[in-house]
Ligand binder design. Structure first.
Ligand code: ATP
Length: 765
């Protein structure tokens, strides 16, 4: 790049920096002055508010002046908050104001216009933009095309401009480090620089190098369902996080981060991504795992954890039944079953008081079915509750006459009695009335528990209902279509019942249980949430997705997945797309494919794609590295020795290294063995831990969505990965590597690597 261009650009940068600094000064003094104002208002509160409480008008005047003070305070606080936010943005901008410049001509205009694009917009006077936010409509030019005609979306429809110049910058500490002009969409060189760095325990934003396909995902505002099917490392997670930032910008003032929810594969992943949005100047959305969502709603049930789910082997009939439980057929069956409860079969529990039946379940059932057919489950339940509360009220009188109440009245202390009167403000006329008053208070107080039980639907017997539903399924679903007999089904149901008796549910059963409960109680779902994201959607069943749709009825869905990385649902995940089709309006469904893999070197991507049966479509990004190493060692001791050497090399080269084992137990053993061999590692046992630098050991099911400079796959032997079912798991493990992949096998290598061309890796024996 000619020096004079760099000089000119530095000149421009100096000017922009100067303006930013001036604005910073301005906002900084605004923050200070509003702080002073707020302190002043608080200090002078008693002086400024004229307290007059003698007369009605005096009281009114006092109330008005308090209100005025409060309004003033709120207004100053808003101003201070705004100024502080602006100041924070400017401080960030000052360090790195922009990363690109575009010169373009709009239709019919003679002179090209120049814009600079950065992390936030900045104007030195109204409507005079020195920097455009990367999310502004015009900034799409940068992501959508190279030199020549480029089309982008504006609030008024599509626009085409003719791009004359596309310039990219790397700026550090107010100085331009590099400038380069490119003809491409986003230059490979810039992407190479971004991808060539070392991984971190926290994911970073990709704003400067967003790819065209990713930009489509980020800026989509028209789909109710956006389904992104992308290869490992194709930037699904990255795109979705920038999408959240985009939506918050686009709908600023109307949408806040609490209305966006992200379902992620595990807690470790949540921790890994939680810096991206703050880095982009936005707040994090709500993040949870499906397990957390289910177990939070079922506090008295132990829902199967990730690790337990992973260890569960479904064979033969159990597998077919699991397929049913995850299907849309089953979702519809639960819905149909709940509908029939409007007529019969609702299960109830007695309402108890002091160990005795207060309102028997037969009575509750009678009330429940006394309402006419037009009632639905929701208003049938609320009408029943109303009746039960009335009955409870009527029972107060009878209960007051019981011995225990008389005794309780006699045992009341003076303070108790005073307190009861203070609450009720009733006059004492004579001893009899006084006794009745106190007895009534005592009964009402002890009935409160029953009242709470009524309000919280505790008279419904969800466990019995769930069991009854499971038993009734053969009448609703044609089991033959799933190659199962009724006996097969009832056997598995018995297992579920036994589990439930111990207070446990599998994650699939928990979804059905919750859905049934929601229908029984007429729950309408969480209406606040406007956008729902699911990462690693291939590990969800169609049932779970339909359940989430039911629970978040006003949310638009963005689903990200890689059918090749289904580690829980296996082959079944391929049906998912079809089933999804039925849940959303076709017109408002968009499917985007991302085939280029950015995470790994070309050598690693070329190797990993051959593990798959249908990996041809995956395209490696042109970043060079070493060939993956496959090391087959005779016995465990030699394998540990090799592992130790490799781990030491990685540490010397400052690479973050993850040793990924298949199961938790295997990792535990390896951790002990390595400790004995003098290798320091951190063992990630649960998803609640944090990622740390250095060497970590992590079980395969917790490695989802994560990445590391270097991956060592531990024990890729035939005995460990014999099953065809493990193909996707092996692919998921190997694709976590950015720069280096080492596969160690104790004994014969898994046949899942048989298809990989020998020229794509280096073998060490
Ligand atoms: N446009 C881009 N510019 C720079 N880096 C990118 C870009 N797209 C993706 N990356 C990087 O590639 C890596 C993989 O991205 P990400 O984790 O989002 O992929 P993914 O599709 O979610 O992968 P997986 O399904 O394997 O978990 C990350 O380090 C991400 O920052």
């Amino acid at each position: 790049m000619a020096d004079n261009i760099k000089t000119q650009e530095q000149h421009h940068l100096d000017h922009v920096t100067k303006e930013i600094k001036a604005a910073e000064k301005d906002f900084s003094s605004k923050v200070k002055s509003t702080k002073r104002d707020i302190k002043g208002i608080n200090d002078n509160f008693s002086n400024d508010v004229r307290i007059k409480t003698d007369t009605y008008s005096g009281m009114m005047e006092t109330a008005m002046s308090i209100r005025q003070q409060q309004q003033m305070l709120a207004e100053r606080e808003n101003r201070q908050e705004y100024a502080a936010k602006q100041l924070a943005t400017l401080t960030k901008l000052e360090k790195n104001p922009y990363f690109a410049r575009i010169d373009f001509k709009e239709n019919g205009e003679a002179k090209p216009e120049t814009i600079y694009i950065g992390m936030a917009s900045f104007t030195d006077r109204p409507d005079h933009y020195l920097i455009y936010d990367w999310r502004a409509p015009i900034s799409s030019i940068y992501y959508n095309g190279g030199i020549g005609d480029v089309t982008y979306d504006t609030p008024d429809g599509e626009q085409t401009v003719n791009v004359k110049l596309k310039r990219q910058f790397q700026i550090e500490g107010g100085k331009i480090k590099t400038v380069f002009d490119t003809e491409e969409v986003v230059g490979d060189q810039m992407l190479l620089d971004a991808l060539g760095g070392h991984s971190d325990t926290k994911m970073k934003s990709i704003v400067t190098t967003i790819q065209k396909e990713q930009n489509k995902i980020i800026r989509d505002t028209s789909s109710d369902l956006l389904f992104v099917q992308g290869a490992a490392g194709s930037g699904k997670t990255a795109a979705v996080l920038q999408r959240v930032a985009y939506l918050l910008y686009q709908y600023s003032g109307k949408l806040h981060s609490g209305q966006i929810i992200l379902f992620s594969p595990n807690q470790l992943f949540n921790d890994y991504i939680n810096q991206v949005l703050p880095e982009l100047g936005e707040q994090n959305m709500v993040q949870m795992t499906f397990y957390q969502y289910s177990s939070h709603r079922l506090p008295s049930v132990e829902v199967e954890t990730l690790s337990q789910r992973f260890d569960e082997q479904f064979m033969g009939n159990a597998r077919k039944i699991n397929d049913i439980k995850g299907s849309l057929d089953f979702f519809r069956a639960v819905t149909a079953y709940a509908n029939h409860l409007n007529k019969e079969d609702m299960r109830f529990k007695n309402l108890m008081f002091q160990g005795k039946v207060l309102i028997p379940k037969e009575k509750i059932e009678e009330i429940y079915y006394s309402f006419n057919e037009n009632y639905n489950l929701r208003n049938r339940l609320s009408a029943t509750k109303e009746s039960l509360l009335k009955i409870l009220n009527r029972k107060v009188h009878t209960e007051m006459k019981k011995d225990w109440v008389e005794e309780a009245v006699q045992n009341l202390t003076k303070e108790d009695i005073q307190r009861m009167h203070a609450d009720a403000e009733e006059e004492i006329e004579n001893a009899d009335k006084e006794f009745k008053f106190l007895a009534r208070q005592i009964v009402i107080k002890s009935f409160r528990k029953v009242q709470r039980q009524i309000n919280r639907n505790h008279f419904l017997s969800i466990n019995n209902q769930f069991v009854h539903m499971m038993r009734s399924i053969p009448q609703i679903i044609d089991l033959k279509a799933y190659d199962l007999t009724e006996d097969d089904w009832q056997q598995v149901v018995q297992h579920t019942i036994d589990r439930l008796k111990e207070g446990k549910l599998s994650i699939d059963d928990a979804s059905a249980y919750l859905y049934l409960y929601d229908l029984m109680t007429g729950k309408r779902g969480e209406r606040e949430i406007r956008y729902l994201f699911i990462d690693e959607v291939q590990d969800y069943s169609a049932f779970q997705l339909a359940f989430l749709k039911f629970n978040f009825p006003r949310a638009r869905f963005t689903l990200l997945g890689d059918l090749n990385q289904a580690i829980f649902t296996h082959e079944n995940s391929h049906k998912l797309l079809n089933e999804l089709g039925g849940m959303f309006d076709k017109e408002k469904t968009k499917v985007v494919q991302l085939t280029k893999s950015y995470r790994s070197t070309a050598q690693i991507t070329d190797f990993t794609k051959e593990i798959l049966d249908n990996g041809e479509a995956i395209e490696a990004f042109n970043r060079d590295g070493e060939l993956p190493v496959v090391s087959i060692q005779k016995d465990e001791q030699r394998a540990i020795e090799f592992l130790k050497e490799q781990a030491n090399t990685n540490v010397e080269e400052h690479e973050t290294t993850a040793i990924i084992g298949k199961t938790l137990e295997e990792c535990e053993q390896l951790f002990e063995d390595l400790k004995a061999a003098g290798v320091r590692t951190t063992f990630i046992r649960t998803e609640n831990q944090r990622l740390v630098n250095g060497i970590i050991i992590v079980p395969s099911f917790l490695a989802k969505g994560l990445e590391f400079d270097s991956i060592i796959m531990w024990d890729a032997s035939k005995k460990n990965y014999a099953d065809e079912d493990d193909r996707q798991l092996v692919y998921t493990i190997c694709t976590r590597a950015m720069h280096r992949l080492t596969i160690i096998s104790v004994g014969e290598l898994s046949p899942l690597f048989d298809k990989v061309d020998k020229s794509l890796y280096q073998i060490e024996e």
